[in-house]
Ligand binder design. Structure first.
Ligand code: GLU
Length: 421
């Protein structure tokens, strides 16, 4: 199944579960607008390379289109449409005033020099400049793009306009109208979701054991904040393997080791397991898969012992695996990615608000605002889930189903009020 096919099936299922008319699916199954552009770049060796890029604007019932820009050799327009659709739903569930969009450039940034990347990024910003803007469409980073790239793009767009326009791209460097919380906002948000779930279903977060799959940006900050809020982080992993200590890891030391040596397995204490997936199976109350997609599958779901899962990564649990997990008597919930990793785009929203006002909050205040939004979203989803389980006794309804239902309902209400349906 392609990503677009999967997204469409999720949409169909959500419209049906929410009891909404079929025309909601018909409307949302297609994007509002697709722009395909070419970006010519003179490479360092003198060759001219002509790259292909897209910006997909899926739906703007709730506010300006919003979503990242992905640089990837295998990205297609079809995937980009599916990703934009996903952003409409993620932003809707997040309760922020945004529709969904996504951009992409077919390229391999790992094989490009800084100068080439800068030319490509400025070229892309120029090519899409006519259809973006703080009130129209606000891109941000996604896979393989970062704050430096946003800085080039905001500069290019501002030059075209003739004045500074900070609110047209988000996740800029803190030194250029960005916010220092951005670097850890996704991992932080995942912990807030997990904490709210633990408070609701496990009697509290403090002292609970947490295992984290991954040790990149999201995972490191998930570990950091889980530890700060009093949970015991017992395992983390990267491609070098898993480090495990039932007494709890020294998270800051593990971060230091990872960032200095590149391998978490160099952490000096606890047990070292060469299998990086061991972090999925260790004894823990909460599992946070924070690395890549499709790690909990039909083949290994029965080895997962955690009662709660909080998805920091995108799509770490396959639908078949989820069915196996929910059939376990002691399993409580998998807090879906669309809810648990929305900290990044919620941060984007706050940065945009700052930019529009040219007024910047302190780091702690920004963090508290993200936490308040995440907690509210968790609560609304958990409540909708309870209701849905009552309404649909004929089938197993997951927390993911509830999240998508809520997301579709909010977009539906806005479209209905606007007279689109
Ligand atoms: N790329 C991130 C996401 O998929 C952030 C998008 C944004 O901040 O606009 O959620």
């Amino acid at each position: 199944m392609s990503y677009l096919e999967w997204m469409l099936s999720v949409l169909k299922n959500s419209v049906e579960l929410a009891g909404l008319p079929q025309e909601v699916y018909d409307y949302l199954s297609k994007p509002d607008r697709v722009l395909m552009v070419k970006i010519p770049v003179r490479m360092d060796d003198g060759r001219l390379m002509v790259f292909e890029g897209y910006r997909v604007q899926h739906n703007n019932a709730l506010g300006p289109y919003k979503g990242g820009i992905r640089y990837h050799p295998e990205v297609t327009l079809e995937t980009d449409i599916a990703l934009a659709m996903g952003m409409t739903l993620k932003n809707s569930l997040a309760g922020i005033p945004y529709g969904g969009g996504k951009g992409a450039v077919k390229c391999d940034p790992k094989k490009m020099s800084m100068r080439e990347l800068e030319q490509l990024s400025r070229g892309y910003a120029r090519a899409i400049a006519n259809i973006i803007g703080p009130e129209i469409d606000i891109p941000a980073p996604d896979v393989n793009t970062n704050p430096q790239i946003m800085a080039w793009m905001v500069d290019e767009y501002s030059k075209l306009k003739g004045y500074n326009v900070p609110g047209v791209f988000t996740a800029k460097p803190p030194e250029l109208w960005g916010n220092p919380v951005r670097i850890y906002s996704t991992g932080f948000g995942t912990v807030i979701a997990a904490k709210a779930a633990a408070e609701k279903w496990l009697g509290g977060f403090e002292g609970k054991t947490v295992s984290i799959h991954g040790f990149g940006n999201v995972a490191q900050y998930a570990a950091y904040w889980a530890n700060k809020y009093g949970a015991k982080v017992v395992a983390v992993s990267d491609t070098s393997g898993t480090v495990y200590d039932p007494k709890g890891l020294d998270v800051e030391l593990a971060m230091k080791v990872k960032n200095e040596t590149g391998k978490v397995i160099n952490y000096p204490h606890g047990e070292k397991i060469s299998d990086s997936d061991a972090s999925l199976y260790v004894e823990a109350d909460i599992l946070m898969p924070c690395a890549i997609e499709n790690v909990i599958t039909e083949a290994n779901a029965n080895k997962v012992k955690a009662k709660l899962i909080a998805e920091g990564a995108n799509g770490p649990t396959t639908p078949e695996a989820e069915r196996i997990l929910y059939s376990r008597k002691d399993f409580i919930a998998a807090i879906p990615d669309i809810l648990a990793n929305a900290g990044g785009v919620i941060m984007s929203y706050l940065e945009w608000v700052e930019n529009l006002q040219w007024y910047f909050w302190e780091e702690e205040e920004t963090r508290e605002r993200i936490a308040a939004i995440m907690e509210k979203n968790f609560k609304r989803t958990a409540e909708r889930w309870e209701k849905l389980k009552e309404e649909r006794k004929d089938k197993v309804v997951t927390m993911r189903d509830a999240a998508f239902v809520l997301a579709v309902e909010r977009v539906y209400k806005a479209m209905k009020l606007r007279g689109w349906l």
